[in-house]
Design a protein around this ligand. Structure first.
Ligand SMILES: [Fe+2]
Ligand SMILES: [Fe+2]
Length: 202
């Protein structure tokens, strides 16, 4: 079985809407930290809601060029999974009496970075975002003090760990045949991006 087929089977099997979120138990924190939590969820909710049109287009082209027909569908379902994260966070924001953002400078900067190159550049940037999602949702879960938000974070964390593996695997495949110097330079660029984005996330 190819890597793309394996990931496709995973995302297909994971398409169910979460039924384990105790929405009636949503009790958003009302203190100063609660307000910070809402502000940070607003940014992340917006980021999770990317349409992924450019990504999907690149994935289709890659699928055609390499004969990897499963890859575009795996990417389409991966994007849909991210949008489900956004929908969960959006519902929580509404319960918290807040609203969803329609723009944010961090995401505009990220979008510009991702659009700089082809599929490989896009996945290179994405892997770092997936890596940062894990400590973010863990931290959110730790301070939530709300059963609904904790359940949302648990669900998203399970999926983000898979995304990290999926995109790491994709990047490794895209880099096959690249020189060691090239891969070392990409790693250096990723470390710089990780440092900058960690600071912005913090
Ligand atoms: Fe996500
Ligand atoms: Fe993700």
């Amino acid at each position: 079985m190819t890597d793309s087929r394996r990931w496709l089977l995973y995302v297909r099997a994971n398409q169910n809407e979460p039924t384990d979120i105790p929405w009636p138990l949503a009790t958003p924190r009302q203190d100063a930290l609660g307000r910070e939590i809402v502000r940070s969820i607003q940014q992340v909710q917006f980021g999770e809601n990317a349409t992924g049109r450019h990504f999907l287009d690149l994935a289709r082209r890659h699928g055609r060029a390499t004969g990897d027909a499963d890859f575009p569908e795996a990417i389409a379902l991966f994007i849909a999974e991210e949008q489900r994260h956004s929908a969960l966070l959006g519902r929580y924001l509404r319960l918290a009496g807040s609203r969803c953002l329609d723009r944010h400078w961090i995401h505009s900067a990220f979008r510009r970075l991702r659009h700089l190159g082809g599929l490989e550049a896009k996945v290179t940037v994405l892997v770092v975002a997936e890596m940062l999602a894990i400590p973010y949702y863990r931290a959110l879960m730790d301070v939530a003090r709300c059963p609904a938000l904790e359940a949302i974070c648990q669900r998203i964390l399970r999926e983000e760990s898979q995304h990290f593996l999926f995109q790491g695997n994709t990047l490794r495949r895209l880099q096959r045949g690249r020189s060691r110097t090239y891969v070392a330079l990409v790693h250096l660029a990723q470390e710089l991006q990780l440092a900058g984005t960690s600071l912005a996330t913090w």
